[in-house]
Design a protein around this ligand. Structure first.
Ligand SMILES: [Zn+2]
Length: 121
């Protein structure tokens, strides 16, 4: 593993990555998710690393969507496979805007209403 700069030691250090349970409050909801944390091997303080922050962000979004009953990209893909139809067709069949599903697959968060609707399939 490459050494990274620890702001507490004020120099580059080896670090260890541990699993960390995070709780983040968003929209008055406690979102709990399992993320990761990098710890300086010398002073044991947390070190911020972009990849780990990105990983945590993804885990957070997943947990947040689950809590809100928001459908995941994987499930949308499964629906398309099951019925053997494309994004545009699925949108139209569901009575949504033509590019709605395309937007969801691009990471746009579906509304709870549309999620519930999609989950029926
Ligand atoms: Zn340190």
């Amino acid at each position: 593993m490459e050494k990274v700069r620890c702001v507490y030691c004020d120099c580059k250090r080896d670090y260890e990555v541990i699993d960390e349970e995070y709780v983040y409050v968003e929209d008055d909801m406690e979102v709990r998710y399992g993320g990761k944390k990098a710890i300086c091997n010398v002073c044991k303080h947390e070190i911020m690393i972009d990849e780990i922050e990105d990983y945590n962000q993804v885990q957070f979004e997943k947990a947040y969507k689950e809590m809100n009953g928001i459908i995941s990209v994987e499930v949308i893909n499964q629906i398309m496979e099951k019925y053997n139809i494309g994004k545009r067709s699925l949108s139209l069949v569901l009575g949504l805007g033509e590019i709605t599903i395309t937007r969801y697959l691009d990471g746009y968060v579906p509304t709870s209403k549309n999620s519930k609707y999609l989950k029926k399939y």
